[in-house]
Design a protein around this ligand. Sequence first.
Ligand SMILES: NC(=O)c1ccc[n+]([C@@H]2O[C@H](COP(=O)([O-])OP(=O)(O)OC[C@H]3O[C@@H](n4cnc5c(N)ncnc54)[C@H](O)[C@@H]3O)[C@@H](O)[C@H]2O)c1
Length: 335
Amino acid sequence: MRYLVTGGAGFMGSNFVRYILGKYDDAVILVYDKLTYAGRLENLRDVIGSPRFKFVKADICDEQRLIKVIKEFEPGVVVNFAAETHVDRSINEPAPFLKTNVLGLFNILETARMLEVPLVVHISTDEVYGDLWEKEPVNEEAPFRPSSPYSASKASGDLLCQAYWRTYRLPVIVMRPSNNYGPYQHPEKFIPKIIIRALHDKPIPVYGRGDQVRDWLYVEDFAEALDMVIVGGSKGEIYNVPGFNERKNIEVVETILKLMGKSSALVRHVEDRPGHDRRYAMRGDKILGLGWKPKTSWLEGLKKTIEWYVSNKWWWQPLVDDEYFKLDTPWDKAF
Ligand SMILES: NC(=O)c1ccc[n+]([C@@H]2O[C@H](COP(=O)([O-])OP(=O)(O)OC[C@H]3O[C@@H](n4cnc5c(N)ncnc54)[C@H](O)[C@@H]3O)[C@@H](O)[C@H]2O)c1
């Protein structure tokens, strides 16, 4: 199979590329990535050089480039991870989110329609459902209630996918994973931030009381779910991918500190982020129906992640500076 992976130099995309090349001897992958601050070739260091791996530095908003690359590579599937992904950044500057997450995705769908790509899998998010505080976990039919410019842009992308299926019968599948964690995640994100700050014995900012709930999924388990959807998923469908692992933010911080042998005195409660959703929670009947379930337990996943950051300082060191360790209102000052 030939995979064109947009956004494949980011956290989840690079883990997926590694998973597929390791699993299938006949897989050929082309990563198409703009290399924003979040995308790095270092994330793909162990596959660069393989005859089954190619890389193109380009923007999904660049229509002509996308057409040319897809024409030449002739993928069996286009998997779209490319996105602006950091909620805090979307609050400060929403425009790039609309551009990449809506117009960029539109380009992918249009190009795939024109060139008759056999399958497009778009990676969306559980954040499209918005805050589910004290509500039952939702299935794929639940209404959208996005809270941030990030989640609104992702919800818009999902609607485009649905329209392209309904109107043009473009073979597209949408996946909505919960919060992923694991190696190669940018230091700006929650779990890497806790680990890196703890390694430096720096205070760890926790929004509000830290009682927000997220459902954590180890990144390799998501790669497996995506593989199963490519192989056996139904076109036009949407698949929630929960971690079945809901945790309060404060619990995540305390567990990591404990595993690292650090004191919980490092915790600092800071002003909450505007529009902060208190809980995401999804049902996963459809993806479970394909025979998938997460394999990595929470403690096992956390231990592997901590070990990876401890042993790969070279990877994250260039991304953190004095500013990174400051504690002022993180939602608008941290980055
Ligand atoms: N990380 C999570 O917990 C999580 C959870 C649910 C959904 N998602 C979704 O999964 C996808 C991947 O998330 P991630 O955490 O790996 O993100 P990331 O920020 O680590 O990586 C995004 C990648 O997209 C690339 N990119 C950005 N704009 C681009 C453009 N215009 N053209 C080409 N490439 C571009 C970046 O260079 C980077 O390599 C995103 O669509 C995100 O919305 C992430």
